[in-house]
Structure formats: structure tokens, C-alpha cells
Design a protein around this ligand. Structure first.
Ligand code: TEU
Length: 505
């Protein structure tokens, strides 16, 4: 049997609202996305992951789902979804969809019908139940409980419009197995499981016991995340996935405290992969990157690598911004795409887009902005619509202005501008993704290199990154396949400038 496709796949994340707007209403949609499939096939990725496009009041950009089996009119129709899956498959691209099982929208029929057993309702504390049932904090800020008319409280780990489901209720479990089947029947190749570490809460809902609960990768356990019982759910899900032909898969969005705890989600009888957020969080330094890579590889589960997504500051900016950030992002691409396992590329990362830090406050749509009492600007800065061309009201995103304004400087970063330029970020990604498909990768081992350098080999293939502040010399390494920035050759040595990565074989 050939190897399962997802093990080495490069998956491109499409944040549907911001990718391509087919009908000119300012919001990206499925027909727009469908029209850009040839771009993705040409880029050289293996699969696409689509963020939620289901019926939703959009309190959290679609992560508040009102109906898991329908497409929101803003994004198109079920027919568009089926057409997109069909076209993607024709182009050799797999399709992964998002599934949001921790919570529904407060407009979901269960919540509207007042089905309390489907959610987490409790009586409050205090003489008249006027205090929340415990000290849990919402990830978006403030208490995780909201009081309703009869005086009881319901749990919402995210926005109040996103009530947490009660996974102790068998009706909830059965419904989600059925939702999985619905999309599998429509032809999807897999699922990205939203807040995969959240569904099961500690017995009795005990206090977290500390005020600051916002660090998602904290070592201190929280009674509402990463509870052991959640794994029973995935064992059920896996049986559903395995009953379908064609290597269907699921990847966990699990913010577990350690790489080992994260690895628990990717098991032969559970989900297939889990995002490696420790890699995403690592600073731009050899001694920060190496331990997280080691930790991932030593867990023994199929490795994954991710640098950016729709929830975090884009890594060009995280790594220092400006020319430095871009240079580092180029080197990071070579690092990530050389490591064994699969990689997740966030839309616009292949264009070197930075975080947009100066969006006008009136334009902000992320609930984090409201919920944090206007102290945290939230995640809109990484969700600005993609620039496809250098002109037009939204740089080719759609026929009219996009739902968030794009910086003027993005005209130069557009896909069309970069396409013909051999030195562009887009050309680098295209080149590297092509090489990755044909290189005969062998067994992984670290190279013994001076401080500031990080390097490894996979058989004859080598990757070295210079994280240090000064240039480094490497003994003539054989055939240079690609470098992330200019490198020199001198007297049988390669000169590797700071913040540069090199592949050779
Ligand atoms: O995110 C889960 C999560 O805990 C974080 O990524 C969080 O959104 C962020 O740190 C807050 O600043 C998932 C989705 O990826 C995210 O877009 C949704 O908002 C969230 O779940 C709720 O569904």
C-alpha cells in the first residue's frame, strides 16, 4: 500500500472570508475560492483546508455555526461546495473542511429551542445565584458564563454567542457522527477539528484556581481543556472515518500544554495529526527552534509544522517585520518544508504578507476586540483580503472593496506582481514545493554545526539555517538546490548570510 497522502502533505489554509470574493459583496466565498483552485494547484500544494462556511450569524467569523449541514448564503450554496470539491479533486487537490464541535452558535436550533441538556447550564453562586458558577474565563476575555432570563448560567469558552455543547449527552455525540458522515458523503478528504482539546470538561466543573487563564500553551492544566475523556470521542470519530475509502483524515487544533500532550490527539485509533503550535510559537533562534523540533519528532506521531494561521500574528511580523521579517520568513519556509511530516501554509504566507497592524478601529470585526474591552485589537490583522492583482478596488480580491481595507503597499505584494519575478516569495514557495515533491528524502539526523546554525540531513538531502547575526561559511556542500536569500560561493565554500537557509543534496 502506498503511504497515506496526509503524512507528507502540504496543506494550504483558505480563510474563506478573505481569500477570493466571487460576487463582489466584499466577503470571500466558495465560487471565488473555486476560481482560484488553478493558482493553488500551480503553487504545488497537496490539499486545501477551508475554514467554516456554514450557516452562521458570523459572531466569530463563522466559528459560530447555526447549521452544520448548510452553506451560509454569504459564502454560496451546497451546490458550490460540491462543485469546489469536484474541481479540486480534478486538479489533484484534497479538501479538508473545518468542524466546530466545542460550541454552536446561539442561533443553532438546539439553543433556540432551549434544549438545556445539549449545553452546559448551571445555577450561579451567591445568595441569589448572581455570581457565575465558577471562575472560568473566556478565551476572548471576561467570565466564560452568561446568565439567562430564568437566572441560570450557560458556559461559553469563547464568545457569549458560542455556547459550549454538553458532550456527556449522547444526542450531541450522535449528531456529530452524523455531521461527519454528511461531509464525507459529499466527498471531503478530511476535517480540521476546532478546539479539539475543549469538548470534555473536568467532573464537577471545578475552579481553575487562577486569574490568568489566557496562556493557551501554559504548563498549568485547566479544568476545561485537554481532559483525558476527550479521547473517547476521537476513537468514535476514527471508526467513522475509517469506514470510508480513500484515506480520510482529521487534524486536531489542540492547544495542549506540552508536545507530548498534543501528541495524544494523533493516534492510530484517534485523529491522524495535531497542529504543532510549539513550533509556531518558537522565537527566531536556533536554540529555540531545535528543542521544539526535537520534541515533535520524538513523540513518534506523524509530525506537522505550521508558522501562521487565521488566529495568530503573521510570522513575517512576528519574526521582526520589514525586510528582516521577510528574510526570516523566507528562511523559515525552507526550514518548515524540509522537515519530515506535513506542513500547513496559511493563505498569503506564500506572498510574504505581513500582519496589518494599523486597521482603523471602526473596521475591526473580531469579537476579541469587543470582549477584551478594546484592549486587544484581535485577529483581523492576519485576515485582510488577499491581493491578487496590483489594481482594482480590492486588489483583485473582488469587484468591490473588501470587508477589511488592504494597505496600499500590498499592490506590490500581489500574486500577479510576484508571479513573474524569480526573486519573489511566491517564486520561492513554488520552487521549493516542486523540489519537495521529487527529492529522495532519507532518514533525519541533526548536523553538528557552530552556534547560531541549525542543520539536518535526510539522507543526501541537507538543510541549514543561519539564525546567527553574522555570515557563516560552509564547506562546499555539493549541489545547492535552493537558497532563501543571496548566498555566495568562494574557494569551495558557501557563504551563508544571517537569516538565510540553504538546501543542498
Ligand atoms: O481557535 C481556538 C483558540 O483557542 C485560539 O486560536 C483563539 O481563537 C485565539 O487564541 C484567541 O485570541 C479556534 C479558531 O481557530 C478560532 O478562529 C475561533 O475563534 C475559536 O476556535 C472558536 O471557535
Amino acid at each position: 500500500m502506498t503511504q497515506e497522502w496526509w503524512r507528507e502533505a502540504v496543506v494550504y489554509q483558505v480563510y474563506v472570508r478573505s481569500f477570493a470574493d466571487g460576487d463582489g459583496d466584499g466577503v470571500g466565498d466558495l465560487p471565488g475560492m473555486r476560481s482560484r483552485l488553478p493558482y493553488l494547484a500551480d503553487l504545488g500544494v497537496d490539499a486545501v483546508w477551508l475554514t467554516p462556511f456554514y450557516s452562521s450569524p458570523m459572531a466569530d467569523g463563522g466559528y459560530d455555526v447555526a447549521d452544520y449541514r448548510s452553506v451560509d448564503p454569504l459564502f454560496g450554496t451546497l451546490h458550490d461546495a460540491a462543485g469546489l470539491i469536484h474541481d479540486a479533486h480534478e486538479l489533484g487537490l484534497r479538501v479538508i473542511v473545518d468542524i466546530v464541535p466545542n460550541h454552536t452558535s446561539d442561533q443553532h436550533e438546539w439553543f433556540r429551542a432551549g434544549l438545556r441538556d445539549h449545553y452546559v447550564f448551571r445555577q450561579g453562586k451567591g445568595a441569589r445565584g448572581e455570581l457565575p458558577p465558577n471562575d472560568w474565563q473566556s478565551v476572548f476575555g471576561g467570565p466564560a458564563w452568561r446568565r439567562v432570563a430564568d437566572g441560570s448560567w450557560y458556559l461559553h469558552l469563547f464568545a457569549p454567542e458560542q455556547p459550549d455543547l454538553n458532550w456527556e449527552n449522547p444526542a450531541v455525540r450522535t449528531e456529530f457522527l452524523d455531521i461527519l458522515r454528511f461531509w464525507l458523503d459529499l466527498g471531503v478528504d478530511g476535517f480540521r477539528v476546532d478546539v479539539a482539546h475543549g469538548m470534555v470538561k473536568a467532573e464537577g466543573l471545578p475552579d481553575a484556581g487562577r486569574e490568568n487563564q489566557s496562556e493557551l500553551l501554559s504548563d498549568a492544566p485547566l479544568p476545561y481543556f485537554d481532559q483525558d475523556g476527550v479521547h473517547d470521542i476521537y476513537r468514535e470519530w476514527r471508526r467513522v472515518l475509517d469506514a470510508y475509502p480513500g484515506d480520510r483524515m482529521a487534524v486536531a487544533e489542540a492547544w495542549a500544554p506540552t508536545p507530548e500532550r498534543t501528541a495524544n490527539y494523533a493516534r492510530p485509533d484517534e485523529l491522524h495529526q495535531a497542529f504543532n503550535f510549539h513550533f509556531l510559537r518558537a522565537d527566531w533562534a536556533a536554540d529555540a527552534m531545535r528543542p521544539v523540533i526535537d520534541a515533535m519528532l520524538s513523540t513518534g506521531v506523524p509530525p506537522t509544522w505550521v508558522l501562521s494561521n487565521h488566529d495568530v500574528q503573521r510570522h513575517v511580523t512576528r519574526y521582526g517585520g520589514g525586510e528582516t521579517g521577510l528574510r526570516r520568513a523566507r528562511a523559515a519556509a525552507l526550514l518548515m518544508l524540509a522537515l519530515p511530516g506535513s506542513a500547513y501554509v496559511y493563505q498569503g504566507e506564500e506572498l510574504g504578507l505581513p500582519e496589518v497592524l494599523d486597521l482603523p478601529e471602526s473596521a475591526l470585526r473580531d469579537p476579541v476586540w469587543e470582549r477584551s474591552g478594546h484592549t486587544d485589537r484581535g485577529r483581523d490583522g492576519c485576515r485582510v483580503p488577499i491581493p491578487w492583482t496590483s489594481t482594482g478596488p480590492s486588489l483583485g480580491f473582488g469587484a468591490g472593496p473588501g470587508w477589511l481595507p488592504q494597505p496600499e503597499a500590498w499592490a506590490k505584494l500581489s500574486a500577479a506582481e510576484q508571479h513573474g519575478s524569480p526573486e519573489s516569495m511566491l517564486s520561492l514557495y513554488r520552487k521549493v514545493l516542486r523540489l519537495r515533491r521529487v527529492l529522495p528524502f532519507g532518514e533525519f539526523s541533526w548536523l553538528d554545526l557552530p552556534e547560531g546554525l541549525l542543520g539536518f540531513r535526510r539522507g543526501e538531502f541537507h538543510c541549514v539555517v543561519n539564525f546567527g547575526p553574522s555570515g557563516a561559511r560552509l564547506a562546499e556542500p555539493g549541489e545547492v538546490l535552493v537558497a532563501s536569500s543571496y548566498h555566495g560561493l568562494e574557494g569551495g565554500e558557501v557563504l551563508l548570510p544571517p537569516d538565510t537557509a540553504l538546501w543542498w543534496a
